[in-house]
Design a protein around this ligand. Structure first.
Ligand code: ADP
Ligand code: ADP
Ligand code: MG
Length: 665
């Protein structure tokens, strides 16, 4: 076996590879950029090599620097992780030429599958069902229209070299093709330096289902079943699971057999993924093959018990696969939630900054489900603007799908992050959402179920009880303290309160002792019993058991009460004396703050273009400027009509969060 492996990547995947290497007794070398000098991966590695400045094209993407680092440290092999150089055939070839083993497929397999047109030709020849369409380049708009009409609308216009959801457009009419074909071609040319375009049928309301394959250098290929990744935003996966709730045994076997046939056709000799779109009727069509470890590989590991990184290392070393297809079976159900540094309440804008608090749920098995959290960060680390906005990948496993979903809901409750925006409340909303729970998924799911974006959810009856009980219990502690400070007496605080949540007013009587509180709901004739309370003033997380149900909420004092979030339900909870409750209801309703005449930068980033000038009349919805952060361009639009008074930034300027970009008169 190898004795030293270099990891040409960063973040959670670098940590992930180190863990397997440690278990196998292999030493690790981690390369790092300026931004990653103090990272967890660097701390965990046996050796480290600094390879340059923070932008990836000056560090992680520079093949020469990776090769030099291997030579300098004597690493015999390179694991590329995903992204960066992982699907770069010339890098894989270069490694081979330098006598370094690339832990991934052979360069021939990478180049055969790296191009969508070429890979579809291979797929068709291998008997794989492809999306009906025209597998070949299209010369001009006239030909594009002719082909689209033969296929039948809607169609998808795609760049052959496309990736990461770029270079794709749906056309519903002839006019869409006439506009879309030149647009996709221009985007493909600009993004990939390759303007070859093809057209295929657009499968409406499809599901994204992919098959994990694994090969060795002795001609053996097996599949490790499927993952469903239909929960996507802007063609980026957000929640994945294995197996898929859509597939039956026959469909699974048919997809698996096709994926294996395709892998064999290109002499595939590592871990890889064959992606399909599937109709609700279980028809399925080949999309593309990813010739690398996939971000969502942990769900496959959780249902098969295999370590895919270990399998990749063994195959790369030349070992024969120790099992065959008939040795593999699906055990239980696994879900992955990608925890992203983005603000779900602000249209999912990237939200970078420091993890002032980072407290993930404990890993391991409890209450009938298992938790796994793949992360590359610690409390105090920074999520920088240079790389992917992923904070961690939270997975749960349980014997059934619903138990895995409920486990995920609990694990998300127990995940506490402060310092930047993160999508945990959104992920929690999905876990509680009926359609998701029923398994009726589609790639349009987020758009269908959250058409106006995400604004949190209204508390359910059970959540209202949780919020009431927590508010009352917290208030009791604060009131007891206030009383003892003021009067010098340690004694019982008042026990009659009114809890106000939104429009709801509940008269309660609170009694209790250390760690347990009873909240009597005077108008309903029931009592909420909170036990096993784990909280004290100043702690942002309140854990307890309510009438037998274990829960965690994020809670903090706010003006006149508390802000408490349970999963996706975030509310102000006021705990008032009966007298102040009366007064409170007589107060005029607070007006919403006047949305100022300023356009603020929603995040730190770089101004790509400033599209307005002083004196200009701007209409609601018009583009004010374009900001770039974390590889994404974000269009900032005017929120109402107005005349521009001043412009404070121009193209090329770096800006901080909340910096004033434009002022309206
Ligand atoms: P999957 O998530 O299925 O593994 P993706 O294509 O979504 O496949 O992304 C795999 C990895 O490739 C990501 O984690 C990221 O590191 C990188 N990646 C994806 N899209 C982009 C992009 N637009 N620009 C740069 N890197 C990307
Ligand atoms: P990328 O290389 O960017 O990952 P893919 O070809 O894998 O591009 O497509 C990305 C996503 O777009 C898929 O996961 C799927 O949701 C959607 N998609 C792609 N092709 C089709 C199609 N023909 N019909 C419907 N949806 C599609
Ligand atoms: Mg894809």
């Amino acid at each position: 076996m190898f004795t030293k492996i270099l990891i040409a990547n960063r973040g959670e995947i670098a940590v992930r590879v180190i863990k397997t290497c440690r278990r196998l007794g292999i030493k690790t070398v981690v390369v790092y950029s300026d931004a990653d000098a103090g990272s967890l991966a660097v701390e965990m590695a046996d050796e480290t090599v600094h390879i340059g400045a923070s932008p990836a094209n000056q560090s992680y993407l520079v093949a020469d620097k990776i090769i030099a680092a291997c030579k300098q440290t004597g690493a015999q092999a390179v694991h590329p992780g995903f992204g960066f150089l992982s699907e770069n055939a010339s890098f894989a070839q270069r490694c081979a030429d330098e006598g370094i083993v690339f832990i991934g497929p052979n360069p021939g397999a990478i180049s055969a599958m790296g191009d969508k047109i070429e890979s579809k030709k291979f797929a068709q020849a291998a008997g794989v069902s492809c999306v009906p369409g025209h597998i070949g380049e299209i010369a001009d708009t006239a030909e594009a229209v002719k082909i689209s009409e033969e296929i039948g609308y809607p169609v998808m216009i795609k760049a052959s070299a496309g990736g990461g959801g770029k270079g794709i457009r749906v056309a519903w009419t002839r006019q869409d093709v006439e506009e879309g074909f030149p647009a996709v071609r221009a985007e493909a040319k600009a993004s990939f330096g390759d303007d070859r375009i093809f057209i295929e049928k657009f499968i409406e309301s499809p599901r994204h289902i992919e098959i994990q394959v694994l090969g060795d250098k002795h001609g053996n290929v097996v599949h490790l079943f499927e993952r469903e990744c239909s929960i996507q935003r802007r063609n980026q996966k957000v929640i994945e699971e294995a197996p898929s709730p859509l597939l039956d045994e026959a469909t699974r076997n048919a997809m698996g057999a096709q994926a294996v046939a395709l892998a064999k056709a290109v002499n595939y000799d590592s871990a890889g993924t064959v992606e399909f779109v599937a109709g609700q009727d279980k028809s399925f069509y080949f999309l593309e093959m990813n010739t690398r470890l996939q971000v969502e590989h942990p769900v496959t590991e959780l249902i098969t018990g295999l370590d895919l990184v270990e399998q990749m290392i063994r195959s790369a070393y030349g070992e024969k696969m120790a099992f065959g297809q008939s040795d593999l079976k699906i055990n239980g159900w696994a879900i992955e939630s990608r925890i992203y540094a983005e603000d779900p309440y602000r249209k999912f804008l990237p939200s970078i900054g420091r993890l002032v608090r980072y407290d993930p749920p404990a890993e391991g098995e409890k209450d009938g489900y298992k938790v796994r959290n793949d992360a590359g960060v610690r409390e105090g680390d920074e999520i920088s603007m240079f790389y992917d906005p992923m904070i961690s990948k939270l997975c749960t496993w349980a014997p059934t799908r619903l138990a895995a979903i409920d486990g995920m809901g609990r694990a998300l409750e127990d995940f506490h992050i402060e310092g930047l925006g993160q999508n945990i409340p959104f992920l929690a909303a999905v876990m509680d959402e009926e359609r998701f729970r029923s398994g009726k998924l589609a790639t349009s799911y987020i758009k269908d179920e959250f058409p106006d974006g995400f604004n949190g959810t209204t508390p359910t009856a059970v959540q209202l009880d949780i919020l009431t009980a927590v508010g009352a219990a917290m208030q009791r502690v604060y009131a007891t303290r206030a009383r003892s400070y003021e009067s010098g007496l340690i004694g019982e605080a008042r026990d009659a309160w009114v809890v106000a949540i939104g429009e709801t007013r509940r008269r309660v009587k609170v009694a209790g002792e250390e760690g347990a509180v009873a909240v009597e709901l005077l108008d309903e004739g029931r009592t909420l019993f909170l036990t096993d309370i784990d909280w004290r003033p100043g702690k942002p997380v309140f854990k307890a058991v309510l009438n037998g149900l274990a829960f965690t909420v994020q809670a903090s004092p706010a003006a006149e009460g508390f802000t408490i979030r349970h999963r996706a339900a975030k509310t102000r909870v006021l705990v008032l004396t009966p007298r102040s409750a009366e007064l409170h209801d007589k107060l005029p309703e607070k007006q919403a703050a006047d949305t100022s005449k300023l356009v603020l930068s929603p995040m730190p980033g770089l101004v790509v273009s400033m599209d307005v000038a002083a004196g200009q009349q701007v209409r609601e919805g018009e583009v004010v400027c374009v900001l770039e952060a974390m590889k994404m361009q974000n269009i900032i639009r005017a929120e109402r009509d107005g005349v521009v008074k001043a412009v404070n930034a121009k193209g090329g300027d770096p800006v901080a969060a909340d910096e004033i970009l434009v002022e309206f008169a």
